[in-house]
Design a protein around this ligand. Structure first.
Ligand SMILES: C[S@@+](CC[C@H](N)C(=O)[O-])C[C@H]1O[C@@H](n2cnc3c(N)ncnc32)[C@H](O)[C@@H]1O
Length: 340
């Protein structure tokens, strides 16, 4: 086939490798990816542009180029995550054995994953998992993808209960179970409960707990319901929550990946951005033992407002910054209990 000509086999779908272009030095190979946006089906074909079976390296290059064209970065890392997932290998093995051929079925699966990513679906939903506080968690579109800043909320909570023997902990709005599971992992002797209103989230949190061998009690409870204090354990050393905190009015400003793919129930707080915080601060004195801690993740714009709310019912209120320097964590303590 003449250089620059598209292989008919690649042109069935909306995205195809249409040529192989040699650089001036004759060694660099560049794959040009052509995309038709109307119908985003990919068609990489079983073979590479020269009719040879795809190798790991060439498939990685092709996937990276497709992501780069959509400005989905870091493109190479994301393509590597998907290809390593398909092949069941590590990233190191992917690179070390780059000349290994990739079976046709695996090419098709990689292609399907790439198409989802090009449409904007978050990588973690495509892979079906994410890492949080050193734990591998399954994630589905029924739950929020745990964020790195939430790891800092876990750190703040661990610090708060450091000196407490066998702490009793409740995580409100557990989603994937990330906070509850991270706390149980670090403090295995703790009694940990995790609640949510979403049955799908509760099922996933329970599945993650079982997969990790971590004993966390998963409960259906609506924190906004008037009887919530009767439905969840009391006498807690730690009440922790990353509740929905995005005002509905901000929906249009969210990244499409978040707005279109993550669950609205996990994101939005309605008209009142402090809705969940008012409730959590109101129930905290009844659920916490004297000296127990409330630890909350907040919207960066409302850290101070949440702290002001907390001061109405609790002591030792602090607002902490996340890794980006934004006020995102509020820590407060129920008075009494002899200090410490
Ligand atoms: C921002 S997500 C946090 C998920 C997880 N804890 C994390 O940090 O990734 C908020 C969670 O609160 C749950 N939720 C929403 N409304 C609730 C309510 N009224 N009572 C309890 N949980 C609620 C959602 O289903 C969602 O799982």
């Amino acid at each position: 086939m003449a250089p620059g000509c598209g292989h008919p086999g690649w042109q069935r779908g909306g995205l195809f490798l249409d040529s192989r272009v040699r650089g001036n030095d004759g060694e660099r190979t560049v794959y040009r990816i052509t995309e038709t946006y109307s119908e985003l089906t990919l068609s990489m074909s079983a073979n590479d542009p020269e009719g040879r079976p795809w190798t790991r390296r060439r498939l990685l290059e092709a996937g990276t180029a497709a992501l780069q064209r959509r400005r989905i970065e870091p493109a190479q890392r994301q393509a590597a995550w998907m290809l390593a997932e398909v092949l069941g290998c590590t990233h190191a093995q992917l690179l070390a054995y780059g000349e290994q051929p990739v079976p046709e079925a695996a090419v098709a699966v990689f292609e399907a994953m790439l198409a989802r990513r090009l449409r904007g679906e978050p990588l973690q939903y495509i892979l079906g998992h994410t890492d949080f506080f050193g734990l591998r968690l399954r994630v589905t579109p029924a739950v929020l993808i745990p964020r790195p800043e939430t790891e800092q909320v876990v750190e703040a909570a661990l610090e708060a209960v450091e000196g407490v023997a066998r702490p009793r902990i409740l995580d409100v709005g557990t989603g994937s179970g990330c906070i509850a599971l991270a706390l149980k992992h670090v403090r295995p002797e703790a009694a940990v409960w995790a609640c949510d209103v979403s049955p799908e989230a509760l099922a996933l949190a329970a599945e993650n707990a079982a997969a990790l061998g971590l004993e966390v009690t998963v409960l259906a409870a609506d924190v906004l319901a008037p009887d919530v204090v009767d439905r969840v354990p009391a006498d807690l050393d730690l009440l922790i929550s990353n509740p929905p905190y995005i005002p509905d009015a901000e929906a249009a400003t969210l990244e499409r990946e978040v707005r279109d793919y993550e669950p609205a129930l996990a994101l939005f707080s309605g008209d009142d951005p402090l809705r969940f915080y008012r409730r959590l601060v109101a129930v905290a004195p009844r659920l916490l033992r004297p000296g127990g801690w409330l630890v909350l993740e907040t919207h960066a714009d409302f850290g101070e407002a949440v702290a002001a709310l907390a001061r109405t019912a609790l002591d030792e209120v602090q607002v902490r910054r996340d890794l980006a320097g934004r006020h995102r964590i509020v820590v407060a303590r129920r008075p009494g209990g002899g200090g410490g």
